[in-house]
Design a binder for this molecule. Structure first.
Ligand SMILES: *Cc1c(COP(=O)(O)O)cnc(C)c1O
Length: 391
C-alpha cells in the first residue's frame, strides 16, 4: 500500500510546460512557444531600471498577441499590480486573471459604457473634456468612485486633453477630489533617443504635473524607460519590451526573447532554372532550385510584406540551422523558402523551420517585412499549436 501511495503522490515530471492552446502539435502548421520565464525576467529588468517608479504592464491586443490570461498570471505573480488595456473586453479578461489589480482602459469610456466600468472595477483613461463631463455625470448618478486617469497630450496629437485644458481643469480637479488616480501622457518617438520631441514632451509634462501635485503621473512606454530618470515619473507603462522587442533600436537588446515560432515543411520540391515560384510569378529560379513549402502564410500572421521578387529581397527562415530566403509571394496558408544552399536531404517533409527564435530575432523578422516587432507580434495567428513554458 505504501508503495502505491508513494507513486500516486510523486511530483509530475517537470517539462517546463505550464499550458497549451490551439490545435495539437501534430495537426498544426506550426508551433508557437511562449517563454513565461523570459517574460517575467523582462518585467523585472524594466522594474529595476525604473525604480523607484512603479512598473505596470501594457497587455492590450491580447497581450500583444501572446494571450492575456497566461501573460497577466505570470506578471501578477512577479508583483505587477497595474495593467493597461485598450478596451473593456480586454479589461474583463485581465480582471478574471488578476482580481486585485488596477486596470486602466486606454481608449477611455464610450457613451453609455460607464456601468461596465463599475462591474469590472476598471478605470477609464479620459482624453477629452467632453469625455470627462460624461464620466462625471455617470459617477454623480451612480455613486461610483472607482477612479480614472486623465490623459494630457504633450505632442503626440492623438488622444488627450490639451495643455491649456489640463491647466484650466487642474484647480477644479484638485478641489473636488475628482477621482483622477493617474495623470498620463504618451511619447511620440521614445525609441529615437536623439529626437528633440522627447525633451519637449518631458518638459511640458513636468509643468502639467506641478498643477496636479499629489496625483501620481505616468509618461514612459518601453523605450521611454531608457530615456533616463526624468522620463520615469511615478508609473512606467512598458508593453512591447516585455515581449522581447528591443526598446533601444541600434543598441544591443536588453530584453530576453520570449517567443519561438516554428512551421512545418509540407513538401520539398525542385524548380527548374528559369521557372517562377508562387502567385504573380514574381520570383524566378536563377539556377536549379530546391524549395521548401511551409505551412504558414499571411493568414497565420506570416506577413505578406516579407515576400520577395526578382528585384527585392524579403524575409528569411532558419532551415536546418541556416538562414534561407523566402522565394516569391507569401500565400494565405503557405510560404516558399529557397533551400538550395542546404546540402541535399538536409530538409525533409515534416521538418520544422524557425520563423522567429533565438537565432532569428523578432526585430529582424520585422525588418524583413518592412515593419516593426509590434505588428509581427499582434499578427501572430490562431492556427498554431501554442505552448506556454516556464524554464
Ligand atoms: C501601447 C501603449 C503603451 C506601451 O507602449 P510600448 O511601446 O509597447 O511599450 C504605453 N502607453 C500607451 C498610451 C500606449 O498606447
Amino acid at each position: 500500500m505504501a508503495t502505491i501511495d508513494l507513486i500516486e503522490t510523486a511530483p509530475p515530471v517537470d517539462t517546463g510546460i505550464v499550458e497549451k492552446d490551439g490545435p495539437p502539435a501534430a495537426q498544426a502548421g506550426g508551433t508557437l512557444t511562449i517563454d513565461l520565464g523570459a517574460l517575467a525576467a523582462n518585467w523585472q529588468t524594466l522594474r529595476r531600471r525604473a525604480t523607484p517608479a512603479e512598473c505596470a504592464a501594457v497587455v492590450k491586443a491580447n497581450a500583444y498577441g501572446l494571450g492575456i490570461e497566461p501573460v497577466v498570471h505570470a506578471l501578477a505573480r512577479e508583483g505587477c499590480k497595474t495593467f493597461f488595456v485598450a478596451d473593456l473586453s480586454e479589461a474583463r479578461r485581465v480582471r478574471a486573471a488578476a482580481p486585485d489589480a488596477a486596470i486602466y482602459v486606454l481608449n477611455g469610456v464610450m457613451p453609455g459604457s460607464g456601468p461596465e466600468f463599475s462591474v469590472i472595477k476598471a478605470k477609464p483613461v479620459i482624453s477629452s473634456t467632453v469625455e470627462l463631463a460624461e464620466w462625471d455625470a455617470y459617477c454623480a448618478a451612480s455613486g461610483w468612485r472607482g477612479g480614472a486617469a486623465l490623459h494630457v497630450d504633450t505632442g503626440m496629437n492623438r488622444l488627450g486633453v490639451s495643455i491649456n485644458e489640463a491647466a484650466a481643469l487642474a484647480p477644479r480637479i484638485r478641489a473636488e477630489n475628482h477621482g483622477i488616480h493617474l495623470l498620463m501622457s504618451h511619447f511620440a518617438c521614445a525609441e529615437e533617443t536623439d529626437n528633440p520631441l522627447n525633451e519637449r514632451q518631458i518638459k511640458l509634462f513636468r509643468e502639467v504635473r506641478l498643477l496636479y501635485r499629489g496625483i501620481p503621473s505616468s509618461l514612459s512606454n518601453s523605450s521611454g524607460i531608457f530615456l533616463g530618470d526624468a522620463a520615469h515619473c511615478d508609473v512606467v507603462r512598458p508593453g512591447v519590451a516585455l515581449y522581447g522587442v528591443n526598446p533601444t533600436p541600434g543598441k544591443p537588446n536588453p530584453m530576453r526573447p520570449v517567443i519561438d515560432l516554428k512551421a512545418r515543411v509540407i513538401q520539398v520540391r525542385s524548380v527548374t532554372r528559369g521557372e517562377t515560384v508562387g502567385y504573380s510569378a514574381t520570383w524566378t529560379a536563377r539556377r536549379a532550385t530546391r524549395v521548401a513549402v511551409i505551412a504558414a502564410g499571411y493568414a497565420d500572421g506570416f506577413l505578406r510584406a516579407s515576400g520577395s521578387t526578382d528585384e527585392t529581397p524579403g524575409g528569411s527562415a532558419l532551415v536546418a540551422g541556416r538562414l534561407c530566403p523566402i522565394a516569391g509571394r507569401v500565400s494565405m496558408d503557405l510560404s516558399t523558402i529557397d533551400v538550395s544552399d542546404l546540402p541535399e536531404g538536409a530538409v525533409r517533409r515534416g521538418d520544422m523551420v524557425t520563423l522567429i527564435g533565438d537565432d532569428l530575432p523578432l526585430d529582424e523578422v520585422a525588418r524583413g517585412a518592412s515593419t516593426i516587432g509590434y505588428e509581427v507580434l499582434t499578427s501572430l495567428g490562431r492556427r498554431y499549436h501554442r505552448v506556454y513554458r516556464r524554464d
